[in-house]
Write a protein that binds this ligand. Sequence first.
Ligand code: SF4
Length: 735
Amino acid sequence: ANLPAGDLEWKKAPCRFCGVGCGVKVGIENGKAVAVKGDENSTVNKGLCCAKGYNAVIAMYGADRIKKPLVKKGDKYVEVSMKEALDLVASKMKETREQYGNDSLSIYGSGQWTIQDGYVASKLFKGCLSTNNVEANARLCMAGAVTGFLTSFGMDEPMGCYDDIDHADVFFLWGNNMAEMHPVLFSRLLDQKYKRKAVIIDFATRTTRTSVAADKSILFKPQTDLAVANAISYVILKNGWENKEFVSKYCTLSKGKTNIGYGLRDKFKFSDEPVPIDLDEYIEFLEDYTPEKVEKISGVSAKDIRYMASLYGDPNKKVTSFWCMGMNQHTRATWINNLVYNIHLLTGKISTPGNSPFSLTGQPSACGTVREVGTLTNRLPKGVVNNQKDREFAAKIWGVPASNIPPKPTYHTVEMFRALDRGDIKFMWIQVTNPMVSLPNVNRYTAGAKKEGRFVVVSDIYPTPTTDVADVILPSAMWVEREGMFGNSERRTQYFEQMVEPPGESMSDTWQLIEVARRLGFEKQFPYKKETHIEEIYNEYRQFHDNDKHNMAPLEVLKAEAGMQWPYVNGKPTKWRFNAKYDPACTKGEFDFYGRPDGKAVIWQRPYEGPAEVPTAEYPFWLNTGRVLEHWHTGSMTMRVPTLYRAMPHAYVELNPADANDKGINTGDMVRLSSKRGELVLPALINDRGLPPVGQVFVPFFDENMLVNKLTIDAYDPISAEPDYKKCAVQVEKV
Ligand code: SF4
């Protein structure tokens, strides 16, 4: 632009990082993105931004940005042209498919994929190459929330929206360090705390920055949230605090039989019905969860359990529950999601302003690309692969025979990498994610990917431990170097235009896939024009939801507004689904859970069960992992931002002062952590966070040089297949 020096041209986009999906403005100067500020017109963040968001443009210009494709020759990588690299990828895919069959190919993507990236990946692999080997890293962070929604409501994604924050009297945070993970959203909670005296309850296994700001911090022993949730329901029912009319009109009580994968195994059918029970049977089940009994299991006092129940049970208080990885990365992820829904359903505190059970996502498009476009092995952009009608519907839009889409899911994420390790999968294309840092028990999968006879393609912007296992590295265009869309945690689809040129030969992941699809002979299915492909793909994707309960806003609306929430009906977004006052799709009464055949949500009877691994004499400590405020996910972008790097230059092990004292460990001392799967040496941090329970340590996972996932366990929830990164057993020794 011909701007006077010092003037910036500001263009709007959703933030590149977390699932809050803040609207930002990107300042452009001389063809370079140089600044970010919060967009005051965005209803998400109202002009605010966090340290990561402000630095998103710095993350684009790291010195070691990959600008040319690299092909592995012997021990070295050599630069080639993009044309040569794409030719090689296509020919390798063709050769592998001919020799080993469709299911020898796979693609592993991400909640950082744009909607268009995920859509064309699914179309190419499922529709054209006839393999359901399509997965995304969102399996590692929110699959349990998906199966929780599907089992309780028959439809995925939160029914409420961020405006709930402006109405709720109580915010209940279930294992959710929101102050660090979703900082801008948390600042909206703090606003309400100070303006309206809204109460924040932090219910977690360790104290964090969130606890400091909360009105009450309640700690529980790992995995016992299941028991506490049941105890809260018990107290509500025993005191008659349930909303009897709501329960009888809009809920089914069920003892359930869903203990197998949701659409992941042949046995399980989408139509499996809950087994109804009456209220007496449910209360009898809950007798095992009296506050006194649960105090012994969880370490939470009976008094605190009654207090929590009284907040949910007070008819004059509106309650919004938030959660994220604390509940989803859990070997009983689906169950604990169901149990929090139970509390909201019993009290009727759902789908009205301020009353929401709300699962948050970690990535900018985990909802948009993975959950909505359906980039998981069992899913299609609408429906599931094991439903013939859904396959026929998808095939018609994709322009392929319905028989092309295989009727069975294949591998979820952990099993997909195990299949690569075994050699059942020979070719894997990894886009916009860093599994060799983020997979649990990662040593096992790094070794598998390096084995002879595997061919791994990695599309990324910087070198990572994942590009280290690649045979071909493709340089990707990042964020506003290309056009695209993200979908955030509140069902808001947000568009962004290309604002600057990508470096070197970098290309969007969408266009890389289209180029390869054409080389494989699918020109007819991928006819898009370079200048208009984002719009063409979005319009094609919208056909999946034409006039259904997931209706998406037209592109011109997304461009004009700071995003738009679906279902978008008669020119309006839907803020609270399933409530006839706000959601035009409700036809059966005041509330209509129309994802379920009978329009009723399910209150599930789910027991407490222990974790996959518990501390022993040899490995006496719990290990918990997670993120920090300064870095985003595996740190591949934010560690290249000098301000963020200096603020948090490396990982650490956070120790309880009592444990540290016992072991003679001070802050800065080097500590060896070991589990059955590996060991790691890193500095200790002893502070007023990470307080009881004694016997738990915490390590953030952003640091590829101090890789905590060498230690974590790859056990997963059998329904959602989401692994548990929050609990395994380790030994702690001063080095
Ligand atoms: Fe970006 Fe999340 Fe920070 Fe908002 S809270 S600016 S979306 S990282």
